[in-house]
Ligand binder design. Structure first.
Ligand code: IPE
Ligand code: IPE
Ligand code: MG
Length: 244
């Protein structure tokens, strides 16, 4: 566990709720879908800036298990945009040494989508520059329920159910918990993102709407993070002494 960012350690894992595409479009008299398209441009920029900042894990919330409640046309356009973006960007990601992992329940999509995702994951599996985790049809509660179901189906007994075992079986198994969480768009909530994994994450909220989120906004979040003292239940004096 990385203790005390106030000693100057940058975040290893950054998780982002990219919110505000719809409002960005509305403010300009455009359709919500235009906001989502502009949001993709901001994602591309964030990936590049995150690599430059030395972040090793970047987790992005692209579509929540609750987003199916939106009007059917918006859902259709969002899924289409996600598919096309993934398909078009995979080669570029691979060339830049980025390892892709999709978090979420892919059973809701047709099997071609699942096959495309699995191919992209295996193509990029050995890349080491940065891990990019994209959450699609993801919900933190789904992740926990799915994990417990897998453990029970695998014959796990009650004394084998531990925090470590659950962490290991979640869709983020093997990925350290986020150090820094960023939510754009002004809402101060987690919206069922990585609820288990965010237990001790530093939470940064900004009013910037996702399509406007640029290098300066990432730098502001990283700067803010560097000023946090992460105590994990200890006292400040213990942290200063470096007791683990
Ligand atoms: C985030 O922007 C994108 C997704 C949830 C897919 P929104 O579409 O939620 O934008 P607002 O919050 O309505 O402005
Ligand atoms: C969270 O944003 C989900 C994603 C960014 C994918 P929402 O806009 O769906 O969140 P709520 O509904 O306002 O909490
Ligand atoms: Mg929103």
């Amino acid at each position: 566990m990385v203790v005390a960012s106030s000693t100057g350690t940058g975040p290893n894992h950054v998780a982002v709720i990219m919110d505000g595409n719809g409002r960005w479009a509305k403010h300009r008299g455009l359709k919500r879908s235009e906001g989502h398209k502009k949001g993709v441009v901001a994602v591309r920029e964030l990936i590049k800036n995150a690599v430059d900042a030395g972040i090793s894990q970047l987790s992005l919330f692209a579509f929540s298990s609750e987003n199916w409640r939106r009007p059917a046309l918006e859902v259709r356009l969002l899924i289409q945009l996600l598919n096309n973006t993934l398909e078009n960007e995979v080669d570029d990601l691979h060339q830049n040494g980025i390892r892709l992992k999709i978090l979420g329940d892919l059973e809701r999509f047709d099997s071609r989508v699942e096959a495309m995702v699995r191919n992209a994951e295996s193509l990029t599996a050995d890349n080491q520059v940065m891990n990019l985790n994209i959450a699609i049809n993801y919900g933190g509660r789904w992740d926990i329920v799915n994990t417990i179901q897998k453990m029970v189906a695998g014959g796990c007994s009650s004394d084998e159910i531990s925090e470590e075992a659950i962490s290991h079986s979640l869709s983020t198994g093997g990925i350290p918990d986020p150090d820094l969480f960023i939510r754009t768009g002004g809402e101060h909530r987690i919206s069922n993102f990585l609820i288990w994994q965010l237990a001790y994450t530093e939470l940064f909220f900004t009013d910037t709407l996702w399509p406007d989120f640029g290098k300066g906004d990432l730098e502001a979040a990283l700067q803010w993070y560097m000023g946090r003292e992460r105590r994990f239940g200890r006292t400040s004096e213990q942290v200063v002494k470096g007791e683990h």
